[in-house]
Design a protein around this ligand. Sequence first.
Ligand code: IPD
Ligand code: CA
Length: 251
Amino acid sequence: MLHKEELLDIAINAARESLDYLQNKRSIEFCLVSSEINNELKSEIDFQLDALIKKCLIQTNIFILSEESAGDKSIDDMPDLKWVIDPLDGTVNYVRNIGPCGISLALCFGAKPLFGVIAEFPHGNIYWGGEGIGSFENGRSIHVSSIGLSEEGVACTGKPSRLRIDDAQMISFEKIFSKFSKVRMLGSASISLVKLARGDLELYSENEIMLWDVAAGIAITEGAGGIVKVERGIHPCSLNVLATNGRVSLN
Ligand code: IPD
Ligand code: CA
């Protein structure tokens, strides 16, 4: 079994290779395919990146849970130690050219990310980190912000395909987000978490978000000094996530 540092290097290389592929692919035509989940959109590039990342990780002999081949298996029915990957987090941003997206890889034990690596498109930054490792942007150490007053803070969320917005959701949404001066939806959970980790915003929360969307971002947020609360959602690999800079007051 390889050491954690060696596994991290393999993941960083896989993210870098995938980012190169994505950057060179931009001009080539790709077709859209729809997914089985209501209102979720997939493109050919999701599957091409999936194959590329798996080719890089296969040498580690560690189980790979990828969005593109996950099916509806529960987290509890897989080996504890696993790679959790989202080959392209923010497909709609990519396809419609409306914002950033992330190539997201994490090493997890159960549902707990040990470290994560995210390659950001189109900016080309590579982030990595985790508890006990610290967090880095292209090798430079990053930290969450020191803002403590929510009314001075920025919060970020999203609307996962599996989330049904009912009255209870609206109440919980109101309870958290009305405290903040600004609320944003960036269209990529991994990039939202990276922005929290580098101090650009103070809170990220999404319910019924899938483990592969957030695993790497959670590790990087924790490595940058943030606090992440995670509950299991109602779907096999879904989570309710509340991540902050650890200072902002939610009362
Ligand atoms: C989506 C993005 C989005 C979140 C959705 C995810 P995908 O990922 O992370 O921000 O709100 O829940 O599904 O489908 O582009 O990998
Ligand atoms: Ca995806």
